[in-house]
Design a protein around this ligand. Sequence first.
Ligand SMILES: *[C@@H]1O[C@H](CO)[C@@H](O)[C@H](O)[C@H]1NC(C)=O
Ligand SMILES: *[C@@H]1O[C@H](CO)[C@@H](O)[C@H](O)[C@H]1NC(C)=O
Ligand SMILES: CC(=O)N[C@H]1CO[C@H](CO)[C@@H](O)[C@@H]1O
Length: 404
Amino acid sequence: MILTVVSILCIVAVLLASTVVYCLRHRSHHKLKEKLTNLGTDTGSDATSTYQELCRQRMSVKPPAERPEPMHSVSSRLNSVSSQFSDGGPMVSPSARSSTSSWSEEPVHSNMDISTGHMILSYMEDHLKNKNRLEKEWEALCAYQAEPNASTTGLGAGNTKKNRSNAVVAYDHSRIALKVENSHSNSDYINASPIMDHDPRNPAYIATQGPLPSTVADFWQMVWENGCVVIVMLTPLTESGVKQCYHYWPDEGSNLYHIYEVNLVSEHIWCDDFLVRSFYLKNMQTNETRTVTQFHFLTWLNQNVPESSRTLLDFRRKVNKCYRGRSCPIIVHCSNGAGRSGTYILIDMVLNKMAKGAKEIDIAATLEHLRDQRPAMVQTKEQFEFALTAVAEEVNAILKALPQ
Ligand SMILES: *[C@@H]1O[C@H](CO)[C@@H](O)[C@H](O)[C@H]1NC(C)=O
Ligand SMILES: *[C@@H]1O[C@H](CO)[C@@H](O)[C@H](O)[C@H]1NC(C)=O
Ligand SMILES: CC(=O)N[C@H]1CO[C@H](CO)[C@@H](O)[C@@H]1O
C-alpha cells in the first residue's frame, strides 16, 4: 500500500513538474515573440530617426558637395548624383502645420529629394545671375523648330475663324478632336492641344485659347468629352479695352451652350490676384452631370509675367490640391493658349517632376517638349526667366519646410 501511495505521488509530482516546465517555456516563448515585435518597431523608428538625422546633416552642409557642371549645351542638362535617400525610403514631409483657413496660403508639399533640391537651387541661382547665359539659351529656344509642325486642319477654310491668332494654331498631329456628332457646327476642330508629360496616352494638360463667342460650345464640349474637372484661366477678360477671352460662363444661374448646361454654383474670391468658381455641368443629351472648378488668375497680362511668383505658386498649389487624385487633363488657357499657358505648364510640369523624385531636370528641354506639342509655348524671354525664378523659389520653400 505504501508503495502504491509513493508511486502515485511520484506520478503526480512528475505531471506537476512537466506542467510547470511547459508553462514557463510557453511564457518565455511569448516574451521572446513580444521582444521580437518590439525590436521590429524599434528598428523601424530607428531607421526613421537615422534618416531624419541624415537629412539634417545634409541640410546643414550648405553648398552641395558636387555642384552641377557649368552649362555648355543649350539644353542645360542637370544631373543630380544619385542620392542615397531617394529609393523608396521614408520621405520626410513638412511637419505639423498650423491650421489653415481657406484664406491662407497653401503649405508646400513635396517628396523632393533633398540633394536634388540643393542641386537645382544652386544651378538656378547661378543661371539667374548669369544674364548672358539666359540670353543665349533663349535665342537657341527661339530657333528651335518643331517637327512635325503642320496645322492644315486649323488653317483650313472652315476653321480659320475659330482661331484667335494665326501664330498659334493646334498642330495636326497634336490637337484635341471633338466628336462631330455632338458638335454644334458639325466640325471636330477646336484650337486646343493635348500636352503630354511622360505618359504618351494620357495628356496631363490641354492647352487652349480663350474661347471666342463662336467657340464657347466647342469649349464646353471639349471639357465634357475629355472628362475635365479643373480649368486654369490665366487672363483677364479684357486688357485695356482689348478682348482676351469670351465670358464663357454664366454670371449667375445657368446658361445653355449647345447641349451643355453650365450652372454657376459658387464664386470664392481668394485675394486680389485670383478667384475660384465652381460649376455644375450637365449634358442635356444624357442627363449626366459633373462638377467643374475654374481657377481664375486675374492679374497676369498678355506677353507679361505675374507681379510676384509667390502668388502664382500659391495659386498653383491650390489648383493641384483640388486636382489631387485625378487623372483627367487640366485645361489651361489664356488668350492664345501659348504664352501665359505655356509658362504655367512649364512651371507645373518641372515642379511635378521634382516632386516625383526626378533626378534629371532639364527646363529648356522640357520647353522644347512643350513646343513639339503646341506652337509658341512661353512667348517672351521674361516669361522663361520667370519660370526659372518660380521653380527656384518653390524649391527653396520646399527645402525650408523640411524639419530642421
Ligand atoms: C516645320 O517643319 C519643316 C520640316 O518638316 C521645317 O523645314 C520647318 O522649318 C518647320 N517650321 C517651323 C516653324 O518650325
Ligand atoms: C433626361 O431628363 C428628362 C427630364 O427629366 C427626361 O425627359 C429625359 O428622358 C431624360 N433623358 C435621358 C437620356 O435620360
Ligand atoms: C488665320 C485666320 O484666319 N485667323 C483668324 C482666326 O480667327 C480670328 C477671330 O475670328 C480672326 O481674327 C483671325 O484672323
